[in-house]
Design a binder for this molecule. Structure first.
Ligand code: HEC
Length: 125
């Protein structure tokens, strides 16, 4: 019973946990700088490099950024980028979109991924 009341007391706190569980954008920026920046921009310029500019990527259809020469695989991936699809793609690009041309091995560390997503959400708005 004591346990239960302790749990109940903690309930409001638990409800706010998803916000706390969100990644650390500052740490995510470091991940982006070391692992993505050679190929991608995030700012409003939307400039394409080796990879497509990622500004506005959340909610965008895969392979749809104007002026970028996507692989046929990416153009026909039928994916809309959101937290889950970007995570899946960045974890294992070759597996998520077979035949795509992003030469990146993937990030397997969940915390690193969370942080990266937190940064991307903010930086690509
Ligand atoms: C070596 C260059 C390179 C690196 C490093 C790289 N990317 Fe990419 N990325 C690409 C290319 C090229 C594509 C387009 C793939 C295609 O057309 O098949 C792409 C596509 C993407 C897309 C799909 C965008 C769209 O418009 O559909 C996302 C999202 C993405 N990359 C995120 C990342 C993230 C996050 C990182 C770092 C963890 C990263 N990439 C690292 C080259 C790279």
């Amino acid at each position: 019973m004591r346990r239960l009341s302790a749990l109940l007391a903690a309930a409001p706190l638990l409800l706010t946990l998803p916000a706390l569980a969100d990644g650390d954008a500052a740490a995510g920026q470091k991940v982006f700088t070391t692992k993505c920046k050679v190929c991608h921009t995030v700012d409003a310029s939307g400039k394409n490099g080796v990879g497509p500019g990622l500004n506005g990527v959340f909610g965008r259809k895969a392979g749809s950024k104007e002026g970028f020469a996507y692989s046929p695989a990416m153009k026909s991936a039928g994916v809309t980028w959101d937290t889950d699809t970007i995570k899946a793609y960045v974890t294992d690009p070759k597996n998520m979109v077979a035949g795509n041309k992003m030469a990146f091995v993937g990030i397997k560390n969940p915390a690193e991924l969370e942080n990266l997503i937190a940064y991307l959400k903010d930086a690509t708005k």
